[in-house]
Ligand binder design. Structure first.
Ligand code: NAP
Length: 312
């Protein structure tokens, strides 16, 4: 039987902006708080260099700088970072149990899940190598780097079309490449496309390969799935928006209510259907996955955890 290494009021799983804000609010409200992270602080936000849309920074802020500041702020109020990979969670135990890769087991009366999500890759050759060199998974994060340039957006859901609308105001040309003849996106997003002269649609087309020049994206090769016709477009940016994947493997078998895509079902309070288990950030069902919405989630989930622990 493994010894319990430590016990906390609250364990926060993940040090993205949602998790770090949850840790800050929990610790600041007087709860003993552990903040688990297997990598460095920051989560998905550090996939981008510069954040230009996080309020409060006129000139934007480097993602790592913001992550470092968030983590330091939580620590200032006593949140303890446990730099270990969580490998097992027992969310039904009382207290709840958190096992890490080193074999340690921690206990906590409440758990806040802030494990985030990852963009779904397209899965084509060269995509990984060109990520950050023209391939992006976040238009609102990286669109500004492609001002007056030609870009492609791949996908046909709300994210892809919203990305295209956003990029159309920044970029000279936006080529939407979608594998079917109809968008999955809601009409409220697709309707404005017709009035944008710099948005071109390539329906029933898939990206076969990425063109590269001097280590950066220089274009995409397309194939029409109906006619088989092949085509090439010169673009400097490729925004992949083919959905995200929640990082839920730790609690996939816990019985937590999740939607069909695997996001944990909760409203903005972060309360899940398991008492004492809360969720914050990208792994929660929500409309807009951004750093600014993640921090709001973190604050709400910590507040809900505080209420749960106080009123039990
Ligand atoms: P999504 O709705 O799952 O759409 C993914 C899109 O990518 C689909 O058009 C899909 O094509 C395409 N796709 C998937 N795999 C592909 C592949 N291998 N190659 C080419 N295309 C591929 O994902 P999302 O747009 O990220 O949205 C996720 C959720 O967030 C949705 O529920 C969405 O409504 C929600 N959301 C809401 C808002 C909002 O309300 N403001 C904004 C953004 C997102 P098919 O259509 O052919 O399957």
């Amino acid at each position: 039987m493994t010894d319990i290494v430590d016990r906390f009021d609250v364990a926060v799983i993940g040090q993205g902006p949602a998790g770090m804000t949850a840790a800050l609010y929990a610790a600041r409200s007087g709860l003993s708080t552990a903040s688990f992270e297997r990598m460095g602080a920051g989560g998905q936000m550090t996939d981008t260099e510069q954040l230009d849309n996080y309020p409060g920074f006129t000139e934007g802020i480097a993602a790592f700088e913001l992550a470092f500041a968030m983590s330091g702020q939580a620590a200032r109020f006593g949140a303890r970072t446990v730099n270990e990979e969580v490998v097992e969670l027992d969310l039904h135990a009382n207290p709840k149990r958190i096992a890490t890769a080193s074999g340690s087991v921690y206990e906590a009366d409440a758990v806040i899940l802030a494990t985030g999500a990852v963009p779904r890759p397209l899965g084509i050759e060269g995509e990984k190598e060109l990520a950050g060199r023209g391939v992006s998974y976040c238009a609102t994060c990286d669109g500004g780097f492609f001002r007056d340039k030609r870009v492609a957006v791949i996908g046909g859901g709300n994210t892809a079309v919203e990305d295209a609308l956003y990029l159309a105001r920044i970029c000279s040309e936006v080529h939407i490449i979608h594998r079917r003849d109809a968008f999955r996106a809601d009409a409220i997003y697709t309707r404005p496309l017709a009035d944008l002269p710099n948005v071109m649609l390539h329906m029933e087309c898939v990206v076969e390969s990425l063109h590269e020049s001097e280590g950066r994206v220089s274009g995409v090769a397309l194939r029409n799935t109906k006619t088989g016709r092949q085509d090439s477009i010169d673009v400097e940016g490729v925004f992949v928006a083919v959905g995200t994947m929640p990082k839920n493997d730790l609690f996939a078998d816990s019985g937590l209510a999740m939607d069909a895509a695997g996001y944990v079902v909760a409203d903005e309070t972060g309360k899940t259907d398991i008492p004492g288990v809360f969720v914050a950030g990208d792994v929660r069902t929500k409309a807009l996955r951004q750093v600014s919405t993640a921090v709001g989630d973190g604050a709400n989930a910590a507040h809900a955890a505080f209420e749960y622990l106080s009123l039990r």
